[in-house]
Design a protein around this ligand. Sequence first.
Ligand code: B12
Length: 239
Amino acid sequence: MNMKTETFTQEVKEYALKNGANLVGIVSVEAIDSKPRIWVGWKIQSYTQKASEIMPEAKSIIVLGYHVWDTIFELAVKRGDKWTYPGYYPLKFIELKMTYYLKMKGFKAIPINRISLKTLAKLAGFGNFGKNSLIINPVYGPWIRFTAILTDAELIPDEPFEDDLCGDCEACIKACPVNALTPYKVDDRKCLVGMHLNDCQDAYYLKLFEKYEPSITKNSHLMCIECQRVCKYGRNLHY
Ligand code: B12
């Protein structure tokens, strides 16, 4: 890697942090594309894409992490028959700024979401898969959300995060009100977050929603946070 690449990588990272990202890391296209495709269940019902299919000349992925420090970030708001998630808006703003920044520098840049953002976050060095199936960061715990930008700019990749932060702890597995967790895996057919979005009418689940997904207004509610709330990481920074 030459000096120019090193300097530009540094500039990109500083720009992301200055514009509100809490974590920024680089993953090479080869590193993510060497991973097998994953079946994304839930509403998506398709396999993850390869980065090189989205942009054949792509070289790097800039992964951004945003710390969601308050439960209000877990808001789901319904408009018509569509659910939206305002907690992700700050990240969308940073994503837009970064994309524009790269384009102004003469590079191609596209935000991506049909690639496993958790795998990208691990490869970017943010943290590792926890038993709640979320990426856990040693400082912020599971309270981080991700986005990623694919670009043809050559940037220096970060080292993946390898440590297992959970050890013997199984607090999230015990806390899940619907037993949706087995170590490192969530059952998307059981998880309350996924179900409520499907407008489940089952009386048993409606009781659980009242407790774990409380309504805020007629069209909004908080999403279940039990598997994040009990995690020992990042507690001191969350309200
Ligand atoms: C579909 C989806 C859901 C579905 C299904 C969840 C699922 N199965 O992953 C539902 C609706 C249930 C859901 C719920 C939530 N989600 Co969601 N979801 C997604 C989405 C769109 C795709 C995830 C996916 O590909 N799932 C398929 C599975 C199989 O993929 P995977 O877990 O990446 O697969 C790897 C692991 O299984 C891993 N693995 C398996 N076992 C082990 C063991 C070890 C030791 C290791 C290292 C790896 C490992 O290997 C696979 C290959 O890499 C992503 C956004 C995105 N584009 O990535 C957000 C995303 C995963 N969700 C996120 C969040 C925050 C949530 C919720 C907290 C709700 C919320 N507030 O937004 C809950 C948490 C539920 C939970 N405990 O996981 C965040 C995760 C942030 C983080 N810290 O990890 C993401 C990344 C969104 C974002 N933009 O930040 N989600």
